[in-house]
Design a protein around this ligand. Structure first.
Ligand SMILES: NC(=O)C1=CN([C@@H]2O[C@H](COP(=O)(O)OP(=O)(O)OC[C@H]3O[C@@H](n4cnc5c(N)ncnc54)[C@H](O)[C@@H]3O)[C@@H](O)[C@H]2O)[C@@H](O)CC1
Ligand SMILES: [K+]
Length: 511
């Protein structure tokens, strides 16, 4: 299903589009010419004024072919251009374009001299490996990538930073660190999903004149989450709305020692536009939170002597859930058997959409409580929490973000939002969505609690869980972006509470 979101391309989708174009009578050489010429124009527009000395590192495939076209065009524009080619014995379009470079007298060197060549280089064009690469980089290419990265010159990657898997963003071994990546036709998945995203620098697409007919039968596996694709997806209040029909969220957050998480989750939900929020917290902290949260209804949960929920807490939670249209559970509840039993009861007995975050995820790791539900469940883990759900380490999730998020969504039959600079939303049967509004400013305590409330509110307003997770992630990141723009303060200074002031405007951009 494509709902108008900007699509991302995997390597196999790109080669299908390429094959379709050829069937339509558009030869591959034409696409290569347009890609290389368009990329050269972009390079000239950005760097041409400084008249840089350019080195093009070209591999033996079509990515290298694009590189030869770029070399030819930059030479034609009067720049000092040298090429290092890993292979001379080429065929097809790459050969045609290498021959043109040689005929024009552009020096073509063996890559063994790359280090010396780089000494007089201001600008590197990395056309070593493109979407035809996957797996681990062979040692010869890995050494070239290390040399490029050590050179410290401005680097433009062709289509994908060499060494990044174009379909997943995974990096096994070496990968080029680019300042700018120019993608032919559409952004490749590897430029949008970390760690590939962190290698790509700025990402710009270059049109290659692919007709719509060439991609009509290709269902995207991944899409970008941007404002355009979300606009109109959040239900509005109507004349007959009252506070319950506007969305009622039950938040189960906070504990005797952690109360800030409940405040942030409740206020995130309120700012995301639900009609009413009920907060269930251990009874010893209920009075303090009642004073702090003017508009929310606070309910004390029976607790044991250590501040853990007593078995009767489930009855209170179920009763309050009876008046809600969505539940948010987890921030700051702490880890323990009492919390796990409470969550298992909630998931078994409540038919509402439930969002599970933070400690709820850790408490439920290794259980089948989510998989057994038929009502919608949204999980919002960071890499460590997702690792616990999957029974692997955080490092394993960080290295395989896409695979980890989709696997967890499939195993549990739910929606998984994996937090990060490239927040991913995975759900079976829907294209995995990559958020575009993230900023490093969000890397601070409590922002996740705000997000849980925002998505909970969108669920309570009747949004489908996949759309609620996408819209929540986008608005949350956008709120941070608006704060940065408005204050001009350093990203490091944002505190989670700052997001609350900007969420309404961020959400307003989606209406
Ligand atoms: N529609 C399309 O598909 C278009 C593709 N174009 C370009 O073509 C590229 C894809 O070209 P190809 O499919 O020929 O593939 P690539 O050029 O990306 O990769 C093939 C080369 O990589 C080497 N290689 C593969 N695995 C390796 C490994 N593990 N370690 C070291 N080297 C390895 C191969 O020996 C071969 O030389 C795109 O990234 C893009 O730059 C553009 O020309 C425009 C149109
Ligand atoms: K490349």
């Amino acid at each position: 299903m494509n709902d108008g979101s900007a699509r991302l391309y995997t390597s196999s989708e790109m080669s299908r589009a390429d094959g379709n174009a050829q069937e339509l009578g558009i030869p591959g050489g034409v696409l290569m010419e347009r890609a290389g010429a368009g990329m050269a124009r972009e390079i000239l527009a950005r760097f041409g004024g400084e008249r840089p000395n350019v080195l093009v590192l070209a591999g033996g495939g079509n990515n290298g072919g694009d590189g030869f076209v770029i070399a030819r065009e930059l030479h034609r524009a009067g720049h000092e251009v040298r090429v290092a080619a890993t292979k001379r014995d080429l065929s097809g379009d790459p050969k045609v374009n290498l021959d043109a470079v040689l005929n024009l007298g552009v020096p073509v060197h063996d890559p063994e001299s790359l280090k010396e060549l780089l000494e007089g280089t201001d600008l590197i064009v990395d056309a070593l490996l493109g979407t035809g690469f996957s797996g681990e980089v062979r040692e010869r290419e890995a050494a070239l990538i290390r040399t490029l990265n050590d050179a410290g010159a401005a680097t433009v990657s062709v289509d994908i930073p060499s060494g990044v898997d174009g379909s997943t963003g995974e990096v096994h071994g070496e990968a080029v660190r680019a300042d700018l990546t120019l993608c032919a036709h559409a952004v490749k998945v590897g430029c949008a999903v970390s760690p590939g995203k962190d290698h790509a620098g700025e990402v710009v697409t270059v049109g290659i004149g692919l007709p719509e007919e060439a991609e009509r039968d290709i269902e995207p596996a991944l899409v970008l989450t941007d404002a355009r694709s979300l606009r109109g997806s959040i239900p509005r209040l109507s004349g007959e709305s009252h506070k319950y029909s506007a969305g009622a969220v039950l938040v189960l957050a906070g504990s005797r020692t952690v109360t800030g998480a409940s405040v942030l989750s409740v206020e995130g939900a309120q700012r995301a536009g639900c009609g009413i929020v009920f907060l269930a917290v251990p009874e010893s902290v209920a009075p303090a939170l009642d004073l702090r949260l003017t508009e929310a209804l606070i309910y004390g949960l029976p607790e044991d002597g250590e501040g853990h929920p007593a078995p009767e807490a489930l009855e209170v939670v179920l009763e309050k859930a009876g008046r809600a249209s969505a539940v948010v559970a987890g921030p700051g509840i702490g880890i323990g058997d009492a919390q796990r039993r409470l969550l298992e009861g909630l998931l078994r007995l409540v038919e509402l959409p439930v969002l599970l975050d933070a400690d709820a995820l850790t408490n439920l790791a290794g259980t089948d409580a989510v998989a057994r539900r038929s009502a919608p469940t949204v999980l919002t883990p960071h890499a460590g929490e997702l690792g616990r759900l999957l029974g692997v380490g955080a490092g394993e999730v960080t290295a395989h973000r896409l695979r980890s998020a989709t696997e967890a969504a499939e195993r549990n039959g739910c929606t998984v939002l994996l937090k990060g600079g490239d927040t991913l939303v995975a759900q079976g049967g829907r294209p995995t969505s990559v958020n575009t509004s993230g900023t490093v400013a969000l890397a601070t305590a409590g922002t996740g609690d705000v997000l849980s409330g925002v998505i909970g509110a969108l669920l309570s307003r009747g949004m489908d869980p996949y759309e609620a997770a996408r819209a929540g992630a986008w608005a949350h990141g956008r709120a941070a972006g608006l704060w940065l723009d408005a204050t001009g303060w350093p990203a490091e200074s944002l505190i989670a509470t700052d997001l609350l002031d900007w969420l309404p405007r961020a959400i307003g951009e989606l209406l």
